[in-house]
Structures are given as C-alpha cells and as structure tokens.
Design a protein around this ligand. Structure first.
Ligand SMILES: *Cc1c(COP(=O)(O)O)cnc(C)c1O
Length: 424
C-alpha cells in the first residue's frame, strides 16, 4: 500500500459485520475466566489485554497504523510527545549512561535531556548537527547509549542528516532515535535512511486539529541489541520484575524494544492516552496525506512571499531554493518538508512583537503544525528557559518568528502577513 492508503486502511481491518471505524474500547478492565489465563498475561506468556495502563485495543490499533506508515516492526502510543521522547530514551539509558543529542531540537526535549534526565544521572553532550563527522565523533564516550535528533528541528527548521547520524551511531554500537514530528511519515520515513527508532508528538500534524495531545514510539526492529549486549543490560539481561525474561531473546529484534517499554516503563510510569484520544488521533491520521500536501503548498507560498519582502531580514524554510538546508531537504523531504516557516523582521525583537500583534487570521499560540495558522515567538515562549548561548546553539534567533501555516487558503494567510507587516 502507498502511504496515502495506509493513512486510511492500516492498523485495523473489520471482519464481517464489525464497525468500519476503529472501535473505542473505553474500558480500564478486561475480564478473564480463570486466574491462570490472567497469570499468563502478567508473565508475558500470552498476549492480550488486562489493564489499560499497559495496553488497550483502541490504542494498539492506532499505534499499528502509525507503525505501518513508518515501516516499523512495533509501536506504542503515549500520552504526549514528551512521554514518547522520555520513554524512548529511558528504555535504553540508565543512571550513569550518556546521550549524544543534536542541539537543534524542540525546547521541551532539550530541557528533558539537559535538566530532568541529568537529575536521573543520565548525561548528555549536545552537538551541532552541521558539524563534521570528526567533531561529532568526539562527543561519543564509553557510556554513550543512544543518539537523538529531529528530522526537521523545531523551531530552527534545520534538516537533520539522518543517514550520516545513523552511520555515526552504528559505528559506535548505539541506535539512532529520530523525532519525526514535523516531517510526518508522509514526507520522510527515517527508517529508510538507517534510523532505528522514531518518535512523534502526535499532537501536531498527526492529530492536526488542535484536539488531542499525544505521542508515539515506533521501532524499526533492526537494531541488534544482542550484538552489543554489554551496552544494553536492560534489554539483554533478565528482567527481575518479569521472572527473568530477557527481552532481546524472547521478543527478538522486532519486539524487544516496545515490549520492554510497555512492560516496564508504561507499567511503572503510566503515560497512556485515553482510548477516546487515540480515536480522535486516528481521525487526524486518515486525512494526514491530504493535509500535509496543503500545509506544504501554503508554507512554500508564504516562504516565497516573505523572501521577496523588504521588511523581512531572513527566511528559513528547507524547501525554499537557496535555503541552507535545501539540498538535505531534497534528499530527505523530496515531496515537501512541513508547514512551518521561520523568519526575522527588520527591527529585531521589538518589530517581531509589533508584527505579531497585528496578525488577525494567524493566532498567537503555543502550538504549531495544525490546521489553524498560528504564530509564536520562540525566544519569549517555548525557549524562554534557554540562555542566549543555548538559543544560539539551538538555532533560535532572538527576533525569530515561527509561523505555522494551516490549511486555510494561502491567499488569506499571505494577506494577513502583508497587513501585519505594514505596521512595522
Ligand atoms: C511538540 C513537540 C514535542 C513535544 O510533544 P507534546 O505532545 O507537546 O508533549 C516533541 N517534539 C517536537 C518536535 C514537538 O514539536
């Protein structure tokens, strides 16, 4: 099936007389005839549902759809993108371990890794994703367990050279996790370029209607944990909390990562979406291919308009000819990048705020990548906690505006920008 078809058809095939739509199993609980039956589920001896914190059929069907779209082997939904990033990393890293991360990542993920995970004893080295292989290799240590980056950095819009980072990670015997939120599997499938695990904030384009917060983790099923047994004891040695199961042995390359993440992290930390929210996410997924085309078409028009306006000092959009990341975008995002355009206005931070005040259609919102056009000043919102130096490292300019093109008519979006620019 083509990706457009998977958006509609993957993850659930109704049998004779069953509902066409994914059913909402809004139940915490599942009934069994005998304690032995249930015991087998607890021991991971049989698959099935017993408590929604661990697994729920609606959530699993939606996860299976996204898994198919990314070309993965297994997937799980989480209650937010933040939970997806944390679980994916913490499923590999313990206290005493080390992460190599691109500096061009979402502010929330930056804080998660730089502050919260540090408190848990997990160390990090942030690298400039555009640096040379030689310099990036210097960031790896004996205790490095994973590499993390974003296909299209939010909000820097830097395109991550997935293949290069996958090779670097693999050379050091560790997997690459890619946050594919902005590109979505419609525009890029990181597994095709060697990434091992993909996460998304489904809150963005996948939901697409400003309706539900959520996340997903997808495993490619290709990373050979047992080949690097010493590095990954959590996956390659017996889990005492599951009667000595060794995930990588029992569930193989295809199933070990997601099974461990479900059985340990979801069990102990509990960040599941409600089945109702998974259902709403699925509605978004069904139209994702159609919407992404429109988001990209609108953003292309907006980027071209901004680039030709003399009140605008710079425009960053990977699919715009002449953009620093144009060549990488052609490789990784040949059908379009995303609906988000970053730019600066002449007159710096003050002019940026003045411009934003006069927008009417584009709303100021701490959100991005959705049907409604919205706009944000990252330096004073999502990236507010970062120092000037950290902002620079993330690729966030103090005067930068993150403009997220919705799926309205592009003429109306451009008219709104034109009007607001007339005030500065
Ligand atoms: C929003 C976002 C996140 C965090 O997701 P939430 O669903 O808000 O928790 C992570 N990564 C990227 C790229 C994002 O845009």
């Amino acid at each position: 099936m083509k990706i457009d078809t998977k958006c509609i058809e993957a993850g659930y095939t109704p049998k004779n007389g069953e509902s066409r739509m994914i059913p909402i199993i809004q139940s915490t609980t599942f009934k069994y005839d005998t304690s032995e039956d249930m015991g087998k589920l607890f021991d991971l001896e049989a698959s099935g549902y017993f408590y929604t914190r661990l697994q729920n059929p609606t959530n699993d069907m939606v996860a299976a759809k996204i898994c198919a779209m990314e070309g993965g082997s297994a997937a799980m939904l989480t209650s937010s993108g933040q939970a997806a990033s944390f679980f994916a990393l913490f499923n590999i890293c313990n206290a005493g371990d080390h992460i190599v991360a691109s500096a061009s990542i979402y502010g929330g993920t930056f804080n998660l890794i730089n502050v919260t995970m540090k408190k848990m004893g997990v160390d990090v080295t942030f690298v400039n994703p555009d640096d040379t292989d030689e310099n990036i290799s210097k960031a790896f240590k004996e205790n490095t367990k994973v590499v993390f980056g974003e296909t299209i950095g939010n909000p820097s819009l830097r395109v991550f050279d997935i293949e290069r980072f996958a090779n670097l990670a693999h050379k050091h015997g560790v997997p690459l996790i890619v946050d594919n939120t902005f590109a979505t599997p419609i525009n890029c499938r990181p597994f095709e370029f060697g990434a091992d695990i993909v996460i998304h904030s489904t809150t963005k384009y996948m939901d697409g209607h400003d309706a539900t917060v959520g996340g997903v983790i997808v495993d490619s099923g290709r990373f050979d944990w047992m080949a690097h047994k010493d590095k990954f004891p959590g996956l390659c040695t017996p889990d005492e909390s599951y009667h000595g199961i060794t995930y990588a042995e029992k569930f193989g390359k295809e199933g070990a990562f997601i099974t461990k993440c479900t059985a340990q992290l979801m069990r102990d930390l509990g960040s599941i979406p409600s089945p109702m929210n998974a259902y709403i996410l699925n509605l978004g997924l069904e139209s994702l291919a159609v919407r992404m085309k429109r988001h990209c078409e609108n953003a292309q028009a907006v980027a071209e308009f901004l680039a030709s306006n003399d009140k605008v000092s710079w425009v960053s959009y990977p699919s715009l000819k002449g953009d620093k990341y144009y060549d990488l975008a052609k490789k990784y995002l040949p059908n379009g990048s995303c609906g988000v355009v970053s730019f600066g206005v002449k007159g710096g931070r003050k002019a940026a705020e003045e411009f934003m005040k006069h927008l009417k259609l584009a709303i100021i919102a701490t959100h991005v990548a959705d049907a409604h056009t919205c706009v944000l000043h990252p330096a004073s919102s999502t990236h507010r906690q970062l120092t000037e130096d950290e902002l620079k490292a993330c690729g966030v300019a103090p005067e930068g505006i993150r403009f997220s093109c919705g799926i309205e008519a592009k003429e109306d979006i451009i008219e709104d920008i034109k009007n607001a620019l007339s005030f500065i």
